[in-house]
Design a protein. Structure first.
Lengths: 494, 405
């Protein structure tokens, strides 16, 4: 199959040294933490962006920060690329390795180290899953707010790498707004601690920079995250509309009226059908667009808020209103939404876009999206976080058909450019990875990218950390290996 | 310095030209907005000043998108007035430093973000940095750079937006900022619990934040300062104040629940309307220490339950007055005489870490005592490398945050 996205040319010299490198790694950490057999390496050859695969040189799964540091120092000293990996749920190819790279996975760093309720903080290792934090503090009435759809599997380390969001970030923010501190291994094996249980850290906002840096600045091994008191109750309500435009206008008016529900999710008809067939959540089948609006609080609070939301929805000709009557029903509604990607995967291959647009542009972008999809003769299911403009068109295609696969990727690129042109961005929560790397120049000027790359180089002078990701491969900065031109000259070809 | 020494560029391109010239000549420039926070930070060694005050105006605002864009020199007052007209607000409640620093001038929106200036709602709505979505700036080489955008979720590339927030003009000259705005709450009330000592107050605040009532402000005002808040209307000794905001029926329900829990701890009074609003303004602006003196004032960020321990330890050694915001995690200290920087930072470290900023002190003190918390060596080295990547000639606000940076 032809590939639209290129990887860096693997360093033959590194690959040729494989046996020696493996022997060296074996001296740095226990045998049980080192994977070198081809059969066992296969699960690491891609992430959730499955159209691209590369076998790594080896995988290490360290049990301590010190082991991470030892491996990273070794790789930096020997100019071996390193691919940090959480659970491998990245939708943008952020964790896809390359033939000359060592994968450092954090899956064995899976302990919750401390839960501190008076300070509303939890200290966890990077391989802890997102959901397990909330589970650990649930009985005490707290939760960890960011809730990506992959929360059963994805790790907090991966969440930090991608600055993950979720359905409820309209109210609670994304990872960067809920992260208090990290312990991180730098390129040279030194270990730094940034932030802690205080709300703000000193100096430049390194925490903010690290969050969402896609594993290019260091490897986070521990995180201090903020805990929030659980709401007394939560109630998702389904609102069915006769058109996507009406649903979009309703979202704008709810927010314009000063009401910020905890989540507003949008699904179009194809998405409703796919999710209902999978989850049997009771979604209305006779509507063109569906909003899941979730409110929180005591019953009296939720009633008061819903009353106002229903009034607004009526103005937009809402066809169906269905309140969940029990916790089981509420869970089903969310199960349907959160399994949208998985459910889609049962009926077709798909790629999921992640552009974000200003709220006022939602209807326009939806309309243009269907035009693009029609032009390529494909199908699309739209499911997204309407409250914050983060769109997730799922482009359906047949991966066995090389021509259709290529069309799907091209349609995806057109949709992302559309999002940028509408005043938005390429990715709201999935990250750039390899998927959107070559579109970066559509959003950023050379000066913008050069500034980012210079900052990157301040953390990783040899560009060994996740080197094929985020930044277009051509015109990279001077600080890449083998390229000694002055930093800031962005006209040099890699 | 006479005003003729100040350059007021009217466009981003003009900023770029001025900075480029300065960088080629390796001539430091002091970057400022409205100049209301000039006395916060180390004195900048520079003979030339660049003010963005004339780069002004709201550039994009559609209330239903919950986002506003404005040129960096736009007066904060203009921003807040435009938001108020649409029943919206800056949710992070930026502090006005003028009373505390006895400064004049108009705070600008660029200055607010350059200083990451936040207020009491920081515990529920985030800091200024959490609400900053996009920036345009001129780096130290005179290049115009943008990062982020005008959407609420954006992980496209490295988040230079966060780096610019709180960098005090040392990494770039902000020319435009894009930020999140939110509806004003329909109702706000304050539940005041009287009679708690600092340690009891810390427990009470932690208990309140552990309840599902969405406290949007949690402060403790010890007896020594209580009469300086809300025009002296709080009676009955120290007050622990908890703010609830939102839709009226919702606030009523939550008030009932919070009062029921807190009445076991102390005497309750409920403040509403202007009294409540004025109280939180006083907390935000550190009114009790806006005393016209230059007695050193510290802003200490610490784990919430450690704040009162820090104050207790300091009291055994030196003359200090204090009150607490952010559930106890933000401690405002006014020292009687010396800044006691070593003592403050030593105790802070012993209590598990955090950081202390010397928000007010005379220029001599600010030149000799690190105003911002000194960083551990590896982090300081990293900060220097970052500074070099934005401002290789070292011309933007040199020394404002750290000596030689």
């Amino acid at each position: 199959m032809s590939e639209l996205i290129a990887f860096l040319e693997p360093d033959r010299a590194v690959i040729d040294r494989r046996p020696a490198i493996i022997a060296d790694l074996a001296g740095l950490l226990p045998d049980s933490c080192l994977i070198t057999e081809e059969r066992e390496l296969v699960p690491f050859d891609t992430d959730a962006f499955v159209s691209y695969r590369r076998m790594p040189l080896a995988v290490v799964l360290p049990e301590t920060t010190a082991q991470v540091a030892a491996v990273l120092k070794y790789c930096n000293d020997n100019a071996i690329p390193v691919i940090p990996r959480g659970a491998g749920t990245s939708l943008s190819g952020g964790a896809i390795p390359q033939e000359d790279a060592i994968v450092i996975g954090v899956s064995k760093l899976n302990r919750i180290l401390e839960v501190d309720f008076p300070n509303r903080a939890a200290v966890v290792q990077a391989g802890v899953t997102n959901i397990s934090i909330s589970q650990a503090v649930d009985a005490d009435g707290f939760f960890y707010a960011p809730d990506p759809s992959s929360q059963l599997a994805c790790t907090i380390g991966g969440n930090i790498g991608m600055n993950s969001g979720g359905a409820h970030c309209l109210k609670y923010g994304v990872t960067t707004n809920n992260l208090l501190g990290v312990k991180m291994v730098m390129f040279d094996g030194s270990i730094v601690e940034i932030g802690g249980k205080a709300l703000d850290a000193a100096g430049y906002d390194l925490l903010g920079l690290i969050c969402g840096s896609e594993g290019q600045l260091g490897i986070v091994t521990e995180a201090t995250v903020r805990l929030i008191a659980k709401p007394e109750g939560a109630r998702p309500v389904l609102f069915g509309f006769e058109s996507s435009v009406a649903a979009g206008a309703c979202v704008t008016d709810i927010i314009g009226a000063g009401i910020i529900p905890v989540a507003i999710e949008f699904m179009d008809k194809p998405a409703i059908e796919i999710c209902e067939a999978f989850a049997h959540a009771g979604y209305p089948m006779d509507v063109e667009a569906l909003l899941i609006v979730e409110v929180e609080g005591s019953d009296a609070e939720m009633d008061a808020m819903l009353e106002r939301i229903i009034e607004i929805a009526r103005k937009h000709g809402v066809k169906t209103i269905k309140e969940s009557q029990s916790a089981t029903e509420a869970a089903l509604i969310w199960k349907g939404r959160k399994s949208a990607f998985g459910a889609t995967g049962r009926i077709a291959d798909y790629i999921c876009m992640d552009g974000t647009v200003p709220l006022g542009q939602l209807s326009h972008v939806l309309e243009k999206t269907s035009e693009i999809i029609d032009r390529y003769g494909l199908r699309v299911a739209n499911v997204f976080h309407a409250g914050d403009g983060n769109m997730h068109p799922l482009i359906l295609f047949d991966a066995n058909d090389p021509e259709e696969s290529l069309k799907a990727e091209m349609a995806g690129n057109d949709i992302l450019k559309l999002c940028v042109d509408a005043g938005g961005c390429l990715t709201g929560e999935h990250g750039v990875g390899i998927e959107k790397r070559d579109l970066m120049r559509h959003q950023y000027s050379d000066a913008d990218l050069a500034q980012q790359m210079r900052v990157r180089a301040a953390f990783d002078p040899k560009w060994i950390l996740n080197p094929s990701k985020v930044f277009p491969l051509d015109r990279r900065n001077g600080s890449q290996p083998g390229n000694q031109s002055a930093a800031g000259d962005d006209r040099t070809a890699a | 310095m006479s005003t003729t020494d100040i350059q007021y560029p009217g466009s981003e391109e003009e900023i770029a030209r001025i900075v480029l010239e300065a960088s080629e000549a390796r001539r430091p420039i002091e970057v400022r907005g409205g100049g209301t926070r000039l006395d916060l930070g180390r004195p900048v060694q520079s003979s030339s000043v660049l003010s963005v005050a004339r780069l002004s105006g709201i550039t994009n605002y559609d209330p239903s998108e919950l986002v506003m864009a404005a040129r960096a020199g736009t007066p904060l007052a203009e921003i807040e007035a435009a938001l108020a007209q649409n029943n919206q607000m800056l949710t992070f409640e930026p502090m006005d430093h003028r009373p505390l620093l006895a400064a004049s001038g108009e705070p600008t929106i660029g200055g607010v973000f350059a200083g990451n200036v936040s207020g009491p709602r920081r515990i529920s709505a985030g800091a200024a940095r959490d609400n900053l979505l996009g920036v345009r700036f001129v780096n130290g080489s005179g290049e115009i750079v943008k990062s982020g955008g005008r959407v609420m979720k954006n992980v496209t590339g490295l988040d230079l937006v966060k780096l610019m927030a709180g960098s005090w003009g040392t990494l770039g000259v902000l020319s435009e900022v894009i930020f999140k705005v939110l509806p004003r709450p329909e109702t706000a009330v304050t539940i005041a619990v009287s009679g708690l000592n600092d340690a009891e107050a810390a427990e009470a605040m932690a208990a309140a934040l552990a309840m599902s009532v969405e406290v949007s402000g949690a402060a403790h005002l010890p007896e020594s300062v209580i009469n300086k808040f809300a025009g002296g209307s709080l009676k009955g000794g120290p007050a622990t104040v908890l703010r609830l905001e939102g839709l009226t029926p919702s606030v009523e329900v939550r008030t009932g629940r919070l009062v029921a829990e807190m009445s076991r701890r102390g005497t309750i009074s409920v403040l509403e309307g202007d009294v409540s609003a004025g109280l939180w303004r006083d907390i935000r602006d550190v009114t009790p220490f806006a005393d016209g003196t230059s007695k050193p004032v510290w802003k200490v960020s610490v784990a919430p339950s450690a704040g009162h321990q820090l104050v207790a330890a300091l009291r055994l050694k030196t003359g200090v007055d204090a009150f607490y915001d952010w559930q106890g995690g933000l401690v405002w200290l006014r020292m009687e005489a010396d800044s006691e920087a070593d003592l403050v930072r030593q105790y802070l470290k012993a209590l598990g870490g955090g950081h202390a900023t010397l928000v007010r002190a005379d220029a001599a003190t600010r030149a000799s005592v690190p105003v911002f918390e000194p960083q551990p060596k590896p982090l300081e080295a990293l900060a220097r490398r970052i500074k070099d990547q934005f401002d290789p000639a070292g011309v933007l606000n040199p020394g404002r945050m750290t000596v030689g940076m």
